[in-house]
Every structure is written in structure tokens, then in C-alpha cells.
Design a protein around this ligand. Structure first.
Ligand code: HH2
Length: 282
């Protein structure tokens, strides 16, 4: 298996040149869109192969839903859900770039041993502070996301004076902690956490505020895929009916400075960001 540095190189070379697409693959029973679809290893592996063929730059493997109200999953269960799948993907695609969507350092550690090279932590490494150590010691890249509260409580009346300024300040603090822990700057990506302790209006303000988040001078990852604010704007459409709305957010996220988009629909997203890149990145 190539080293973490070797596997990350093509991704890092592409940052700033084009928008990267991270495909979502949840092996959970209860994720808000793909929960239960990829619960067996065979189904999940087939989906991974499909997303790679469709042009995913990164596969984001998750074993714990973080939808509003979700309960935490025990560590051993989360490991059982993600590690065998990561091993199976890298056995077939040794150069695949795999991230693990977890807030637990032991899950992260085992996922990296199995072949992941990116840690995607929706808590910004605040739920388990050892996360930063794991990234620093292994050379993994880490995505630090903004969340207000925990998945269980985050949608209970979130309030901000200025959501863009507050999220920017928190992400700045996350990045500083990561640098102090010894993670190199080029191994840190930031994410405003669309839908994580935000109202519909907060999500819209954060997307419009991406240029301000860009001034932190780290790559910005944006995850809008099929989220409820899109359904809300469209009169209450369910997750299955939110693809077109998602694509609209992707085009504008690229225009406003996103470097990586996290999506369920890889083929459609790759086409959308390729056109957006042709318009915006000259
Ligand atoms: N959104 C979700 C999960 N992980 N990670 C990052 N960095 N950014 C996001 O916006 C983000 C994320 C929620 O989506 P999904 O994984 O489809 O749902 P669930 O949490 O129910 O598994």
C-alpha cells in the first residue's frame, strides 16, 4: 500500500486547481439519506467502486450518523462498521483516497491503519482531543468542522449574533490548535458545518459568507448534499427530491471559494463542479 503522503499527494496538488469531490458512504442503519442502503460489506464495496468510477476524488466512510437528534454509537460498533470496508476498498484500489467520518481517536487510528489517510471530524477535534495527536503522529490530513453543541442537541434553537464571524473565529481557533499539536498547515482543511447547529437562514448566510472563511487561508470543504435547508427552501421536499437544489448550492459554493464538496451523488456533482470550475477558475 502506498504511504499516506503518497496517497495524499494527488489530492493536495489538485487543491486550488479544481474542486475536489468527496463521495459520502455511510455504513449506518440511520443516516438521513443513505442509512441502511450500504449496511452489508458487499453493498458498500459496490457503492465505493461506483463512486470511484464516477470520479470521486475521496471516499468518506462513516459509521455513525450525525443527523439532528442522533445518539452516539459505541466505539467497537463504529470500528466494526468502517474498518473492514476500508480494508476491502484499499485491497482493490490501493491508490484510493479514503477519509473516515468520525469524532473518536481510536476509530480514527484503526481506520488509518486499514488504509484511510484523511480524518473528517465534525466536532473540529473537540469531542476527543486525542484526534489531533493521531493526525500529527500519522501524517494524516484532518478536516475540522464547526458544530454548535452535539448532534443530539444542535438543532434546539441555535442562536448567533453574527453566524459568519462566529464560525470563522471558531474555525480559526481549531486551526491554531491543530498547528500547535504539530499538524502541518497543508494537512488542515476547514468546514463551516452546514446544518450542524444552524437554522435555514444561518446556512444561507454561511454559504454566502464563504469568501470570508477563505480569508483564513485554509482549503474549505462544504457539505450541503441533500440537507434539510434545501428541502425547506423547496417547500418541504424530502431528501430523495433534493438533488437539483444540491447542485445549485455546489455551483455557488465553488464560485464563492469551496475547494472540496462532500456529496452523495458523485456523477452529478462532478459534472456540476467541472462546469463551475470552467466558469470560475481561470
Ligand atoms: N455532513 C454530514 C456528515 N459529515 N462532514 C463534514 N466535514 N461536513 C459535513 O457537512 C458533513 C460531514 C451529514 O451528512 P450524512 O453523512 O449524509 O448524514 P448522517 O450524519 O445522517 O450520516
Amino acid at each position: 500500500m502506498p504511504t499516506i503522503t503518497e496517497r495524499l499527494r494527488p489530492i493536495q496538488d489538485a487543491i486550488g486547481q479544481r474542486t475536489l469531490v468527496m463521495g459520502v458512504l455511510n455504513t449506518t442503519p440511520d443516516s438521513f439519506y443513505d442509512g441502511g442502503r450500504y449496511a452489508t460489506l458487499d453493498a458498500a464495496l459496490a457503492r465505493a467502486e461506483q463512486m470511484l468510477e464516477e470520479g470521486a476524488d475521496i471516499l468518506d466512510i462513516g459509521g455513525e450518523s450525525t443527523r439532528p437528534g442522533a445518539e452516539p454509537v459505541p466505539e467497537a460498533e463504529e470500528i466494526r462498521r468502517v474498518v473492514p470496508l476500508i480494508e476491502a476498498i484499499v485491497a482493490r484500489y490501493p491508490n484510493a483516497v479514503i477519509s473516515v467520518d468520525t469524532t473518536k481517536s481510536r476509530v480514527a487510528q484503526q481506520a488509518l491503519q486499514a488504509g484511510a489517510c484523511i480524518l473528517n471530524d465534525i466536532s473540529g477535534a473537540t469531542f476527543d482531543p486525542r484526534m489531533l495527536e493521531v493526525a500529527a503522529h500519522t501524517g494524516a490530513l484532518i478536516v475540522l468542522m464547526h458544530i454548535k453543541g452535539t448532534p443530539k442537541t444542535m438543532q434546539q434553537n441555535p442562536v448567533y449574533d453574527d453566524v459568519v464571524a462566529e464560525v470563522r473565529a471558531t474555525l480559526h481557533a481549531h486551526a491554531r490548535r491543530a498547528l500547535e499539536a504539530g499538524i502541518p498547515k497543508e494537512h488542515i482543511w476547514l468546514d463551516p458545518g452546514i446544518g450542524f447547529g444552524k437554522t435555514v437562514e444561518h446556512n444561507l448566510q454561511l454559504l454566502r459568507g464563504l469568501p470570508e472563511l477563505r480569508t483564513l487561508d485554509f482549503p474549505i470543504l462544504v457539505g450541503t448534499s441533500r440537507k434539510s435547508f434545501i428541502g425547506h427552501i423547496l417547500g418541504g421536499l424530502p431528501p430523495e427530491e433534493r438533488l437539483e437544489g444540491t447542485l445549485a448550492t455546489l455551483a455557488l459554493a465553488v464560485a464563492w471559494g469551496a475547494d472540496i464538496v462532500r456529496v452523495h451523488d458523485v456523477k452529478a456533482a462532478v459534472r456540476a463542479v467541472n462546469v463551475a470550475d470552467a466558469l470560475c477558475r481561470r
